[in-house]
Design a protein around this ligand. Structure first.
Ligand SMILES: [Zn+2]
Length: 371
């Protein structure tokens, strides 16, 4: 792999402000108007507005659309953002298939990115929030684990102890319970992990509004929600939530490769996966289908340091937000630096690999939409 340091510098950002500036500049140079949607529930640490920026490339009356979202989990935004910036800088919009457009949703959760957290201004995991909120399921497995997370310090030793306790829970109660206790999402503990909220959050309503605004002539959409964390280092790990063997599932296989879709298939297997609620790709697909638009979606994780390190990152995020007394103290700074590295690795090899994979994926998606 050839490392193009200039490209990395042009595309990657170490903060929300920097990422936003690079995205806006790239759009401006491409002559594309940006639709900036300001989240009224907060500001950046420099008291600037928190904006989710939306840009459309291609004909106004496109019938086929590739929609990409970054920063659903705030802090994970940097790599998805970099893939968008590269795509614009390399003028890929000049090579769109006929009748096809690309819609970038940059910083779906601007608060999280600006404040170095995966969750939003209300500690809500937006990828558990996209549903009607008529009914909030209990998650007894999570509630059993919650007290384990309330550790006063967050040293390596504390992380290891928490990890051992979580593993012991899975040993005792089985794989579904183990996964449910960490990643399923929960609606009971607002200061807990993967809290799905009690109503639609600003970003959720904003995404609905984006669909209603931009998808008027569109008949066919492929949605990519960029994340980081799960999967091998620097490699894409695809999670497709369409029910196995449904029409949408087979379309996802055709667009992104059957092998890759099957690789992340544990999340569709009721023997090992709990039932998820509020997943954005689910919600968007249902919304689009209700508008008679054919929708195919996928979560693309860009793997970082392994599942254990990523789960510890979730705990660090929670600790920084709710437990630590002084966010500027040395121990908090150490924890924050570690956490950021787990969701936005600094290694040039990781970043280059991510960019290379993503450009292939954009090409594949655009070509696949044409079929
Ligand atoms: Zn994520």
């Amino acid at each position: 792999m050839i490392l193009n340091y200039r490209l990395l510098r042009d595309c990657f950002a170490e903060s929300y402000d920097e990422g936003r500036r690079k995205f806006l500049e790239a759009c401006d140079n491409a002559g594309v108007r940006v639709d900036s949607r300001v989240n009224p529930h907060g500001l950046t640490s420099e008291d600037k507005p928190l904006s989710c920026d939306v840009a459309w490339f291609g004909p106004d009356n496109a019938t086929h659309l590739c929609m990409a979202i970054c920063g659903t989990h705030g802090l994970e935004a940097a790599s998805g953002s970099a893939t968008m910036i590269q795509w614009i800088l390399e003028k890929q919009y000049q090579h769109l298939p006929k009748g096809t457009a690309v819609l970038f949703v940059h910083a779906n959760n601007p608060y999280g990115w600006a404040h170095n957290s995966r969750t939003n201004e209300n500690n809500v995991d937006l990828n558990r929030n996209f549903f009607d909120h008529q009914d909030h399921p209990d998650n007894a497995h999570y509630m059993a684990q919650h007290p384990i997370l309330l550790t006063e310090k967050m040293t390596e030793g504390d992380c290891a102890t928490i990890g051992e306790k979580l593993a012991a829970y899975e040993q005792q109660h089985g794989k579904v319970a183990g996964l449910a206790s960490i990643v399923q999402g929960q609606y009971q503990q607002p200061d807990g992990l993967m809290f799905g909220g009690t109503e639609a959050e600003w970003s959720t309503t904003n995404l609905r509004n984006i669909i209603e605004t931009y998808v008027s002539t569109v008949k066919k959409v492929a949605v990519i929600d960029w994340h980081t964390g799960l999967g091998p280092f620097g490699e894409p790990f695809l999670i497709c939530h369409h029910p196995k063997n449904s029409a949408a599932y087979w379309r996802a296989c055709a667009l992104w490769g059957k092998e890759r879709i099957e690789e992340g298939g544990a999340f569709q297997n009721p023997d090992v996966a709990p039932e998820f609620k509020g997943i954005i790709i689910h919600g968007l697909s249902a919304l689009l289908e209700s508008m008679e638009v054919e929708a195919t979606g996928v979560i693309i994780e860009l793997g970082t340091y392994g599942n254990g390190a990523v789960y510890a990152g979730l705990m660090m995020d929670r600790w920084l937000r709710f437990t630590c007394d002084d966010p500027d103290a040395k121990d908090a700074t150490v924890v924050r630096t570690k956490m950021i590295e787990r969701f936005n690795p600094s290694q040039p090899e990781w970043r280059m690999s991510v960019l290379n994979h993503a450009q292939v994926i954009y090409k594949q998606t655009l070509a696949g939409l044409e079929v």
